[in-house]
Design a protein around this ligand. Structure first.
Ligand code: PMT
Length: 403
């Protein structure tokens, strides 16, 4: 299952071609096909003879893959054999040791290897094989060669493989292959930029098992982190406690409390070009306490909360001229006035304000409705949109307004 926050709807009309080779993991290429088609990306596929021992071209066709290729001399073949050359990216998943070797050595003895040899665009390869075959010096040499030629390499995972061995050789997770392919289809307009994000809630414990927090899921921040990474940025996400998948291309620093988030952000931010602060940080924390669990005894529990550091105000207040900061404002009323005051008070380049008491906006929703405002007085209200779409537009805005 591809998580919803990976589903960026900006690839309509793009075209990918999928090469499927003979592996027990070949059925996962069907999940991949379905995920691309969900984003209205056109998918073509070529199955080798060995792949067809595991999956059928009928299954790919039934999902909507078109064109479909099998063997070079199939009767009734209506397509030009090298037609995948017009695709925007060519993904080989799963890739056997055999196809990796053919690609590295320029062999073209079946339809898929001919198509790959003739293909001029970006190629991604996700191998799946027995761990000893993967570790074999010949395979490792071929793999290195593909890297030197600029092929996108998606390393296999470690674990048990179908033949009972354990080690590196399992096909990488489908969502990783999916996101790497989206990156190959994305404009690389944030390449060379380092972006740090804070996301999710913080937890402030008042005994060892209970805490003060808020309902942030981290989705808004994750969408921004993924959009930036797809567009070529080097991304570090400082994540409060959230159950949220992030692609391997994002460096993740998990934290729990506001003070931990502050320390991590203060450490990372000086080396960054852009800081984007989407976290819902607890403004106050209960007193430090080492009690296992407060017992109820009839008397009220009175705790005096201390203010937490304002991470954004502190880091943005002392940022360099070449750094940019994006803040968020979670508002229950006076969206515009409060956002404008936070933009100035926290020395921001851009603020994104969202109403947190409106259905389909703010916390824990797949959609949001925002008002964006920058330090030059530019302002726009966007209608309710998926958070993925809002994230993409925020980076468009930043790029449009960066000299
Ligand atoms: O995570 P989701 O479920 O997807 O929900 C998204 C969201 C509603 C959490 C997100 O869109 C959002 O509004 N994030 C900011 C929440 C917030 O704390 O807003 P604020 O108005 O209280 O803070 C203003 C800014 O200062 C924010 O950028 C915040 O990250 C930052 N801040 C606040 C307090 C603090 N101690 N340190 C901070 O860095």
């Amino acid at each position: 299952m591809i998580p919803d926050h990976y589903l960026f709807d900006t690839f309509h009309g793009k075209r990918i071609h999928l090469g499927v080779t003979g592996s027990i993991a070949a059925y996962k290429a069907l999940d991949l096909t379905r995920a691309f088609l969900r984003l209205h990306i056109q998918v073509g596929a070529t199955l080798t003879d060995a792949a067809r021992k595991f999956v059928t071209d009928l299954s790919f066709g039934a999902l909507g893959a078109d064109p479909l290729f099998t063997d070079m001399f199939a009767e009734g073949m209506n397509y030009d054999h090298l037609e995948p050359a017009v695709a925007d990216a060519f993904v080989v998943a799963p890739a056997t040791a055999n196809i990796v070797a053919k690609m590295a050595n320029g062999l073209a003895d079946d339809l898929l290897s001919c198509q790959l040899l003739a293909y001029p665009g970006p190629v991604l390869v996700a191998p799946a094989m027995n761990p000893r075959m993967w570790q074999a010096p010949a395979t490792q040499h071929n793999w290195k060669t593909l890297g030197e030629r600029g092929v996108g390499r998606i390393e296999p995972d470690c674990g048990n493989v179908a033949c009972g061995d354990t080690g590196q050789g399992r096909l990488a997770p489908v969502d990783e292959i999916f996101i790497r392919t989206l990156a190959a289809l994305s404009p690389q307009d944030l390449r060379g930029k380092k972006v740090m994000l804070t996301l999710g809630p913080t937890r402030e414990y008042f005994d060892r098992v209970r805490f003060w927090s808020n309902p942030s899921t981290g989705i808004m921040g994750a969408c921004l982190a993924i959009a930036a990474a797809l567009r070529g940025a080097e991304v570090t996400a400082i994540t409060g406690p959230v159950e949220l998948a992030l692609p391997a291309m994002i460096r993740r620093i998990p934290v729990v409390s506001a003070r931990e988030m502050f320390e991590a952000a203060a450490d990372v931010f000086p080396s960054q070009d852009i800081g984007c602060f989407t976290a819902a940080v607890a403004d106050f924390r209960p007193p430090a306490c080492d009690i296992g669990k407060f017992k109820k005894g009839g008397a009220p529990l009175a705790l005096t909360f201390e203010p937490n550091p304002d991470i954004l105000a502190t880091l943005s207040g002392s940022k360099r001229q070449d750094q940019q900061t994006i803040g968020f404002a979670a508002e229950a009323q006076n969206l515009e006035a409060n956002a404008s005051s936070k933009l100035a008070r926290k020395n921001l380049d851009l603020i994104v304000a969202n109403p947190v008491d409106e259905p389909g906006a703010g916390f824990a929703s797949k959609t949001n409705r925002v008002l964006v405002m920058d330090r030059h007085g530019r302002q726009e209200s966007w209608p309710q949109l998926p958070k993925t779409e809002i994230a993409w537009r925020i980076w468009d805005w930043i790029l449009m307004n960066t000299p």
